[in-house]
Design a protein around this ligand. Structure first.
Ligand code: AKG
Length: 737
């Protein structure tokens, strides 16, 4: 019986160098093995080219292996946040690996030869959100544990005040978009579908061999490029007229085919002159608006000398002429349009709502914002929350209720599986989804540039999701709302299935209802203000949005959530730190040897993983380890031993020390297992006695640059040395094994 702990990227990966030895030492006392698998961006890139690299550089397909494991009852996986790489990030990682001696090809922007096409396909398999969908063989249960919620109530994070005069608004298309054009069918039997584009000139197969199961929901929809452009031009003008910041909020990482295309439309809409005059030159130089303004500015050298400065000047003039842009980093001049993956809707909108409805302007000051979310499927949720804040003011973390989530996520449900069925249409015609008998199930007229996509949602995951919702509503005695929109074709099919599957359960005494996302958001925030909890039972996208939105308002971060994925075949996946992998934290570590990452999510996930181990393998010691770990975590919160922010204070490593101290103490004190108590007596005593020495050793290294030997693929020995600077602590842990 073993726990798989994932090695990922950036701050969580660095924290792992410090925390994993603690886990291994403690778990060994219960006979629980802990193994690691490297699913970092660097590791995944190397794995994608394994067959072309020398033997000693090969790493094997760890992610594929875990994806397989996730379908088995043995799975017990702790998954830390990883990089979902945009093209600029992917290129940076490739460059680093090449410098480390990996003979990887360059990322081909415009693949022409077969070799380039092969390289591009391999890189595309690593791009964007390429990890989570592979592992998520179950639906998601995310909530703030009581200890975390209580801590937030006692130590409220800052919340920017809202003014009734705020001009912050969400702008969304509402027509000609994915929501309004959706068609949806439920497959009566397993089948194989084909997606084809029918034009005057003939028929092109966009995708064939698309296997579907009985009861599967398949949708198709299209976003109209012309309508998108008209909408965006209007919003640019509107932001300027209203004197508010212009910002766009997409999810280019997860929606890795559609959203970079939409992002490109936004960049072009903001700089129409640049693209009407120099569009052809930029395209010839391989510079695409889809990769953001930053990559265009960085790539201007590829243009002929004369044009280069003209384009730069035109971009500057365009930026000066438009509305003020929301900034990612105003000191460095990085705008909302620089990098497609810098502003991710699920995190950026709650951050804005928490900050008085403001984003940062080019002058480094906060200001009201026009938040452009082109597709209207979910945009209304944010508008509902904004309206609520404008009317009633900011939420109060000391009294507000909670919105846990039960999310339909298994087997790439809904939009999360659409990437291989998303097409930027090249010619006017009709896109049809056809079954094996030749019947056209869905059909859309399309024009060049339209973004057409299909999504699949399998029946077994839907049934499991309904069951999880009932289980959570019952266990937590909390009302649950299915956020489903009877005006959407897909959601109508889901509502029918929800009704069918609810009938399989005892729902006596439960408060369950179905509301549109906007109505559900209104009800949830109304209840939140009264201190009442409401479970949001949502599809995959709203799962992602809501599990950032509400935690950021309630707890100041989504990284403190417990995120359990009961896998459909009996295993467990425990996700941590939904707040991203924190590049800024790495910069701080490298500059001043201080790691601000809070591993709280890992502590919570580990306790769940141990409990899962206990029940699946009948291991009472694992249960005890989990229980005592939760107590230690609660004490850590109460005594404020989480990482602070600045040199000279406790950081990630220090918090791991205190966790180990408190955990050992709990284990030494418990009376259920005398031998285990005895095993921890010594280490508990040592850590208690050596507290000052260990703190001295941990704090002593801070304040100087640290060398970890790489960003995407650090040197193991160097990173471990940086992350484990206390000899006394290391020795105390070693004594446990
Ligand atoms: C999501 O579930 O949508 C996430 O944001 C997870 C991060 C990712 O996989 O990109």
């Amino acid at each position: 019986a073993k726990i798989i702990y994932t090695l990922t990227d950036e701050a969580p990966m660095l924290a792992t160098y410090s925390f994993l030895p603690v886990i291994e030492a403690f778990a060994s006392t219960a006979g629980v093995e802990v193994e690691t698998r490297d699913i970092s961006l660097g590791g995944r890139i190397i794995a994608a080219f394994d067959d072309l690299l020398p033997e000693d550089q090969r790493v094997g397909d760890a992610l594929g292996e875990l994806g397989q494991l996730a379908t088995t009852p043995e799975a017990n996986i702790i998954k830390l946040p990883n990089i979902s790489a945009s093209v600029p990030q992917l290129k940076a990682a490739i460059a680093e690996l090449q410098a480390q001696g990996y003979a990887l090809p360059a990322y081909p922007d415009e693949p022409r030869t077969d070799e380039e096409k092969d390289a591009r396909a391999r890189y595309d398999s690593v791009k964007g959100s390429a990890v989570n969908p592979v592992l998520r063989e179950g639906n998601s249960d995310r909530r703030a544990p009581a200890a975390v919620k209580n801590y937030a109530r006692r130590h409220p994070h800052s919340m920017g005040a809202w003014s009734p005069d705020s001009k912050t608004q969400v702008a969304t298309m509402g027509k000609d978009d994915f929501r309004s054009n959706e068609q949806s069918v439920v497959l009566p039997a397993a089948d194989t579908l084909t997606i084809r584009l029918v034009t005057d000139a003939g028929t092109t197969v966009l995708k064939d061999g698309l296997k579907v199961l009985e009861g599967e929901v398949v949708d198709a929809t299209v976003m109209r490029a012309a309508a998108l452009d008209a909408f965006l031009a209007e919003q640019v003008a509107r932001a300027k007229a209203d004197g508010v910041l212009f910002s766009v909020h997409l999810k280019a990482t997860m929606m890795k085919v559609s959203d970079p295309i939409i992002f490109g439309h936004v960049v072009r809409a903001f700089l129409p002159e640049v693209f009407s005059r120099y569009g052809a030159e930029l395209a010839a130089a391989g510079l695409s608006a889809n990769n953001g303004l930053g990559s265009i500015l960085d790539g201007l050298d590829a243009l002929p000398e004369g044009t280069r400065e003209e384009v730069r000047a035109a971009i500057e003039a365009g930026l000066a002429d438009g509305p003020k842009l929301a900034m990612v980093n105003s000191d460095k001049g990085i705008t909302n349009l620089h990098v497609p993956s810098d502003v991710i809707v699920d995190a950026s909108m709650p951050a804005m709502i928490r900050t008085s409805g403001h984003m940062w302007g080019p002058d480094g000051e906060e200001a009201d914002t026009l938040a452009v979310i082109p597709d209207s499927s979910y945009a209304g949720v944010y508008q509902a929350v904004i309206d609520d804040c404008r009317e009633h003011g900011a939420y109060d973390p000391t009294t507000m209720g909670s919105v846990p989530n039960v999310g339909l996520m298994a087997q790439k449900a809904e939009e999360y599986g659409s990437h291989d069925k998303t097409f930027e249409i090249s010619e006017a015609g009709r896109v049809e989804v056809v079954n094996s008998a030749g019947d056209v199930l869905m059909s859309h007229d399309v024009q060049p540039g339209d973004i057409w996509r299909a999504c699949q949602t399998k029946d077994a995951p839907i049934r499991d999701w309904v069951k999880l919702a009932v289980t959570r509503a019952r266990a937590s005695k909390t009302p649950a709302v299915f956020w489903l929109d009877s005006e959407r074709a897909h959601d109508r099919n889901l509502i029918a299935k929800v009704e069918t599957y609810l009938a399989e359960h005892d729902t006596e005494g439960l408060d369950l209802q179905v509301l549109s996302p906007v109505e559900a958001a209104k009800l949830s925030v109304e209840r939140i203000r009264k201190g009442e909890d409401t479970i949001s039972v949502t599809g995959n996208v709203l799962r992602d949005y809501n599990t950032d939105l509400f935690p950021i308002l309630e707890l100041g971060t989504s990284a403190k959530m417990l995120s359990v994925v009961p896998l459909m075949n009996g295993g467990g996946l425990f996700e941590t730190g939904a707040g991203g992998s924190a590049p800024k934290h790495v910069q701080q570590l490298v500059q001043e040897n201080y790691l601000r990452w809070d591993s709280l999510g890992e502590f919570l996930a580990l306790a769940e993983s141990l409990r899962h181990m206990a029940t699946t393998t009948d291991n009472a010691r694992a249960a005890l380890l989990g229980e005592t770990l939760d107590k230690a975590t609660e004490r850590l919160l109460n005594e404020n031993k989480g990482p602070a922010r600045k040199v000279g204070q406790i950081d990630n490593r220090g918090s791991h020390f205190y966790l180990a101290l408190f955990w050992a103490h709990e284990l030494a004190q418990q009376t259920q297992d005398a031998a285990l108590a005895e095993a921890f007596r010594q280490v508990s005593q040592t850590l208690t006695e050596q507290e000052d020495t260990i703190n001295g050793e941990l704090l002593g290294v801070q304040g100087h640059p640290a060398d970890i030997g790489g960003y995407y693929r650090p040197d193991e020995a160097k990173a471990s040395a940086v992350m484990r600077p206390s000899k006394t602590f290391n020795e105390a842990l070693a004594a446990l094994r």
